[in-house]
Ligand binder design. Sequence first.
Ligand code: NAD
Length: 420
Amino acid sequence: MKIKRGIEFKEGSFLENVNCYLQEAILKTNLDSRFPKQNIGERIMIPDRSVENKISLKMDDGSTRLLVGSRVQHNNNLGPYKGGIRFDVDADLQHTQALASNMTWKCALSEIPFGGAKGGLVVDPRILSESELERVSKGYIRAFADILGPDKDIPAPDMGTNAQVMAWMRSRYEDIYHGVISPGIVTGKPVGFGGSHGRTQATGFGVVFCAEELLGNLKNKTIVIQGFGNVGSHAALLAHRKGAKVISLIDPYLFGGGGALFNSKGLDVERIFKNPRDFQGNMAAEDAICIKCDILMPCAKESEINAGNMKKIQAKVIIEGANGPLTPPAHNYLLEKKVIIAPDIMANAGGVIVSYFEWLQNKQGEYWDESAIISRLERKMKRITKKTFLYAKKNEDMRLTAYSIAINAVAQAKNVIGAQ
Ligand code: NAD
């Protein structure tokens, strides 16, 4: 099957890749002709605000390191800006712009009243001590406090940050604003400090709910998962508990050896989840991602499936737990090979959906139990997957469909149409 594209699908930077998908959806939705003179196409590609700040980090040995942090507020037509903070060596401004844009589309597709944002800090958190991580997390919030707020811009965890980091950030924010209690300033906090049950596992569980909606019962389905961090480990756990055979887990930073665990009969995910570092890889990571399987869940970083390895991929279905794991040529090639691809802005929306539940609970000052949250999450994930899949029937491209639905929602929000 040859797919006719509105624009050229070439390998680019992460931001170029996101903009490539976006441009095609802008063309498909005829935005520029539907809203003439408003230049909506361009306006929804360029972020509302991109800020970089220098953050100085006092190291335990008394020396000081200067780091660069950023916050990108992409679009708030549908509600306050919302998006995680990533601590990673690649988390520069351009990267953060790509992630912020995807947050806008993810929230719109999920029908939650948030806009899109993202934060980045260029650092390898694995080399920081606990106290250095605390100081830099508080330093990040100090640097951006004036543009953040529970009804303005609400961060959350992403790669390299977690619930503890969110707790430090909330407490620093409250210090800056003279002790005004503001649990809704960040989501993904620890339970007991304004956090919500179910937030930690939300994204990974959401990936599995999406797979179930597309494929039905997962019993005995073979699954390969790349990345065994927050998203990948919880996806593996739930898939395993539902009777799927998780045959490979790929994470060179955890497993050593070749970087991937493999067992054709299915891995003991419960044991691996408890102590992943006790397990030694028995397959090369680059081979494991190409194993024949029913479902591949890339849950690590962007552009991991690209022009270099796309021809070796043998999965029938790909569920994007990570943001941007497929480059445009890989996406196009695999679609032409009839692989079903569940795009990131749909498949990994579980995190921001439960972040929204957390924010609501903070506002109401009452807390819901875990089973209520997980069943609400399941309903929502299955609904957005079904909606996207149904609309995609004609062009068989769920990514183009998901972006188109989201762009329509954002463009139609009254403050865009009203603004001349
Ligand atoms: P994390 O830091 O908890 O885990 C990432 C894992 O990937 C780590 O264990 C790391 O060792 C591993 N990894 C890194 N490079 C790898 C590679 N090349 N091959 C295999 N493994 C590799 O991060 P996370 O929160 O799980 O996020 C993973 C992805 O999911 C990111 O793209 C993130 O933006 C996306 N995401 C996360 C959330 C969330 O709620 N945490 C929500 C939506 C999307």
